[in-house]
Design a binder for this molecule. Structure first.
Ligand code: IMP
Length: 197
């Protein structure tokens, strides 16, 4: 059995390949099947976006697909940017611009009001339409200034619960052990094991 990973992000692909180990399953990436056009993430939920990505690729390659979608939910902002995390500071904004905008919005919010969480939905879709989903959450808080240079996105301002370093100050291995994406894909692996093996 073959499953295509619906991501063009090499870091994500590497991590998913490490987690989603299933007997007799070969995980494929765009490097093996060929590039695809950007897929519009127009859904209102992570699950919808993951499904849109997976559906477009199942149709294109006639393979089972795993896709994910994630975002950062800040309590003081009523859960924003959430599903719009990638486009929070505009379609073409850099990670640095997104971080700056978020810190500006939270300028007057004290330490105890800066709770936030990353959420990720991982989704499996087969060519026959079977869907299996799993969610992973990482609780934490937004720092007052960016720190660290590892990772991407909001990592330099996210401090995981029980930690005093930002995600960007942790090694990739340390981050992956905690991360919302790691948790979602480990749960998805368990659900696929239960369903198919
Ligand atoms: P994606 O849909 O999983 O690619 O994530 C959407 C957006 O959420 C990204 O562009 C990032 O801004 C943010 N995001 C998701 N996961 C992470 C993470 O692990 N660290 C930092 N930012 C993240």
């Amino acid at each position: 059995m073959k499953i295509l990973i619906a991501s063009k992000n090499k870091g994500k692909i590497k991590e998913i390949k490490k987690i989603l180990v299933l007997p007799g399953v070969k995980l494929l990436s765009y490097e093996e099947v060929g590039e695809w056009e950007e897929i519009e993430e127009s859904g209102k939920t992570y699950e919808e976006n993951a499904y849109l990505k997976a559906k477009a690729l199942v149709k294109r390659f006639n393979l089972a697909v795993v896709a994910d979608d994630s975002g950062l939910e800040v309590e003081a902002l009523g859960g924003r940017p959430g599903v719009n995390s990638a486009r929070y500071a505009g379609e073409k904004a850099t990670d640095e611009e997104k971080v700056r905008k978020l810190l500006r919005e939270l300028e007057k919010v004290p330490e105890d009001g800066r709770r936030a969480r990353f959420r990720c939905v991982a989704l499996y879709l087969s060519p026959s339409g079977e869907v299996i989903t799993a969610e992973g959450v990482l609780e934490g808080r937004i720092s007052f200034e960016p720190k660290g240079s590892n990772g991407f996105g909001y990592d330099p301002i996210f401090i995981p619960e029980g930690n005093n370093k930002t995600l960007a100050e942790l090694s990739l291995q340390e981050k992956n052990k905690l991360s919302h994406r790691g948790r979602a894909f480990r749960r998805l692996r368990d659900k696929l094991m239960a369903a198919f093996f």
